[in-house]
Design a protein around this ligand. Structure first.
Ligand SMILES: *Cc1c(COP(=O)(O)O)cnc(C)c1O
Length: 251
């Protein structure tokens, strides 16, 4: 077994244990394997071990990887989990299946206009600034319901609003880790109550990473985004160049 296959298995076991502990039904939470900074070959290994959903942060890196894995395209699901600028929406609307980081109406409108004919609707999540940090992107919690109503009104054959995503400030300890995830789950209920009666309901919570996936599963995550746990450590910063992706401290 390759190390990616082994780490993938261990991550899935963590996810299953947390799901059972949370008393949630089988299949209630899925793993999004975050392959940013890792080569297409690592994605191939994870896919060979059974993983189909992959998350990427940087648009150009992702487009190159998706192209390099074109032979597997029908079997893979590509999720953008990094920031999206409005001048990059066109290639993104064509290449991805999900976008987790919509934080303004303009981005969602452009994705709807630019989603090519013949593809299923692009699945969208709104990124919420749940910890209230100035530096983080995402819509403020009090503005989420209004944005959700506007995005939900876009053409349903092009984009479909599925839920909320957040990247809370990292904290230690299960109780503290659960807190922002609990707030995102509560916000999902608020948004669902605000959406037009008889219309669609949001069913997706994209929350939790390698360090806090148990906390996220206990609070209702439906996608957990784990990179380090599956692929190993990444270089801390591309500019610092202190360590090489995959060679740093493993999971
Ligand atoms: C990198 C990243 C992850 C994965 O982080 P790990 O700690 O490596 O699991 C998840 N979500 C987002 C938005 C990321 O940028």
């Amino acid at each position: 077994m390759t190390s990616v296959a082994h780490q993938l298995q261990q991550t899935l076991t963590r996810l299953e244990e947390a799901r059972t502990r949370a008393g949630r039904p089988p299949g209630a939470v899925a793993l999004l394997a975050v392959s940013k900074t890792f080569p297409a070959e690592a994605v191939r290994e994870a896919h060979a071990a059974g993983q189909c959903a992959f998350g990427e942060n940087y648009v150009q890196e992702a487009l190159d990887k998706i192209a390099a894995l074109a032979d597997l395209r029908a079997q893979l699901q590509w999720h953008l989990i990094g920031p999206l600028q409005s001048n990059k929406t066109r290639p993104v609307a064509a290449a991805f299946d999900w976008i987790h980081t919509v934080d303004r109406l303009k981005i969602a409108q452009r994705l709807a206009e630019q989603r090519p004919d013949g593809l299923p609707p692009l699945q969208l999540c709104l990124q919420v600034n749940i910890s209230g940090e100035d530096s983080k992107s995402g819509v403020a919690p009090q503005d989420v319901a209004a944005l959700a109503c506007a995005v939900a009104a876009l053409p349903a054959d092009r984009v479909r609003l599925r839920g909320l995503m957040s990247i809370p400030e990292p904290v230690e300890g299960l109780a503290a880790q659960r807190e922002p995830h609990r707030r995102l789950h509560e916000l999902l209920a608020v948004v669902n109550a605000a959406l037009a009666p008889g219309g669609q309901r949001l069913d997706t919570l994209s929350m939790g990473m390698s360090a806090d996936l148990e906390a996220a599963v206990l609070e209702g995550a439906t996608w957990v985004r784990a990179g380090t746990a599956v692929f190993g450590g990444r270089a801390r910063s591309p500019v610092a160049g202190a360590s090489v992706a995959g060679a740093a401290t493993g999971a």
